[in-house]
Design a binder for this molecule. Sequence first.
Ligand code: ACO
Length: 344
Amino acid sequence: MNDIGRAAVVTGLGAWVPPTVLTNEELAGRLDTSDEWIRSRTGIRRRHVIAPGEATGDLAVEAGKRALKSAGASSADVVVVATSTPDHPCPATAPDVADRLGLTGAAAFDIAAVCTGFVYALGTAAGLIASGFAQSALVIGADTFSTILAPGDRTTRAIFGDGAGAVYLRAGSAAEPGALMGLHLGSDGSRRDLIEVRAGGSRQRSTGLPAEEADTYFTMAGRAVFSQAVRNMAASVRSTARLAGWDTEDVDRVVLHQANARILAAVADQIDLPADRFPSNIDRVGNTVAASIPLALADACAAGDVRPGQRVVLGGFGGGLTWGSVALVWPDVPAVGPDHAPGS
Ligand code: ACO
């Protein structure tokens, strides 16, 4: 990450989804939708959802525990939780997650960049390691969007699922496998209204008026977001490959935020790479927001589709609008996931 060759190196990967599965058929029994519509428009067949009383922090702890196990680590100087569905508006979720993982005393904070959150969190933690502030970091992406979707909204209910994924980083050399490089991050706040929860923040609370119920739920202008997602992720992947010193065609795997199977195909088309270089688990988990990239990565590693030595780019796009990507040569690291995913 810097000129003197010190870098953040991935040495652990963990994933977790709650055991409860919600199929398209079950959704079609409650909403005006169908398995056929959801599968053909998004590629999603099912998603996992939390049980009543569960929260994002619970999923983050499970994923974090597995990343620590994968790395063979029991300490971390920094714990970052990327989430847009924190356990509480205040305080951040990360200090509690760190404490529950036995990492009390670590610097712990949340990052909110919606579906790009995991890449922003990786970049932030990598910077803390590269600068010498930290020797190690646990970076977790976790979200429970099932808690902020309007019960009757077929356009969002069909898409989102709950989950968490995590990587462990330690200080190392920029030359070793697993070293993060070629970080590219961006935003366009002028399009913030395309993906939002209107109420619940200081802008609404300062009016002194109660929130309209509809404004307390998540909304997304799907069609407008689609084209932005394709354009910005394609450009970001190209930039990251260039920053890493690679030609785009030399990238072996592009693990993108799983928003829609058609978006993955369109990005592949736009950057002229074969679609089979884009691992996907969206059919089994849906869009899991900040958890999406590490969950897809863990599934692809477990399936042997992402292998040690491959040139990999991780890329995301989401509310803000925000986007970003980062490159690494995949290290020899085992993915530790839940027994009930992804095959159940
Ligand atoms: N079942 C049946 N019909 C539906 C459903 C559903 N689940 N959802 C929407 N429809 C209907 C709409 O009401 C609309 O009907 P109308 O024409 O009568 O008005 C019609 O289908 C078409 O709706 P669109 O929204 O235009 O459908 P589209 O093909 O664009 O698919 C989708 C919607 C899946 C959301 C797509 O636009 C998409 O994937 N967008 C990008 C999402 C994304 O990348 N988000 C960024 C990350 S997410 C984040 O940051 C939190």
